[in-house]
Design a binder for this molecule. Sequence first.
Ligand code: 9MR
Length: 475
Amino acid sequence: MTTPHQRHRRGRLAAAGGLTAAAVIIALAVPAQAAGSTLQAAAAETNRYFGTAMAGHYLNNSGTMTIVNREFNMITAENEMKMDATEPSQNQFNFSAGDQIVNWARSNGKQVRGHALAWHSQQPGWMQNMSGANLRNAMLNHVTRVATYYKGKIHSWDVVNEAYADGNSGGRRDSNLQRTGNDWIEAAFRAARAADPGAKLCYNDYNTDNWSHAKTQGVYNMVKDFKARGVPIDCVGFQAHFNSGNPVPSNYHTTLGNFAALGVDVQITELDIQGSGSSQSQQFQGIVQACLSVARCTGITVWGVKDTDSWRASDTPLLFDGSGNKKAAYTGTLNALNAGGVRATPGGTSTQPTSQPTTQPTTQPTANPTTPPPTGGGTCTATYSEGEKWNDRFNGVVTIRANGNISSWTSTVTVRSPQRIIATWSGSPTWPSANVMTMRPNGNGALANGQTASFGFTVQHGGNWTWPTVSCSAS
Ligand code: 9MR
């Protein structure tokens, strides 16, 4: 059966006439006939893998497993190898759920991405309230024990997941792990390398797709520093969760290319895109094309099989519908893989510092212009708006608007038990109590009449989705 893409190609060629055209048809028909009919086969044409996240319950669904087996050759356990799953009580490890997935994958000829050794989220209860040296040691023990257990079975580990803050700071996310000292990430990478020298070690994060975003630059600078100092990092994972608030950026290939130029592989690790029909399909194609244009973009993983199994099912963000039918996004992805690109050349797992990147970043993030008004005297209002949501947490943004000129502002955010604010950006927080945060501007907070400023935060909601209350006072 031909795909629409192939039909289009053949149609164009058939319109040409004469002997030359016949010769061209023969020459070009070879790749069309050799085109992969599954995602893994199509990706393999350029030496790439194509993977999926797989939850343990997939194993009980033969329809889903038929698709997994046919289409994918890289498997990520969606939740079963996270810290809370593998070390539910301190120093008591449980690999049974992870093993089911890893064993299925290996006995069916698939490779495995390990997800994730160290993360501020999905920590077991005993770890959540730890701090200081105890937490640092517990984290390193976890990394060592889990990576040792799976030694030799893992293609790439997400050693550290989501350690950078959202928003404009470009800095680290606040977390109990971050508070153990800024070197916690490199310590985790060193422990992972010692435990399993054959696995590629990745840093994995989301909202790092747009080259001009501060978060992307923050991660880039960390990787550059790690490579310069010989910290054992081999790859960067781009989660690639896209929706209308975080669309596929037009500079994605720039981002992937600039990271690759630091001497790391880049992998698209959790791809899903909100939408449907041809618009969704085109966005998937854009991602594939970006990866296929970068030699060290070595593979793509989607974050689940059927829309109904997605962590955000209402966004219908995957390649198969709830009945397991191929969507337009599937066909677009397959065609983009079959259209070919630069052959992938994965790197090794060397710990030696490499030479400086040959491609320097072309765009720097732009600073927010501030125009301080001459005097104060006005008032301000604070408005809350919802940001991204996950199963365990959500982001919120507060917009401060000046009514009349103000020289500065203070905003109070109150969350409700058991909610906890676990990260903030674009402001300086203080904590009058566990559920109240007082946010002040970073630097000059002056706003002219009608001007706005905003800051953001992440709430671990513990099952309570109530919006925070926000207020503002001006000076
Ligand atoms: O898809 C995962 C969902 O089932 C879990 O409830 C959630 C818990 O944090 O994690 C989801 O996967 C996340 C991944 O581990 C890290 N990047 C973001 C993914 C979507 O939230």
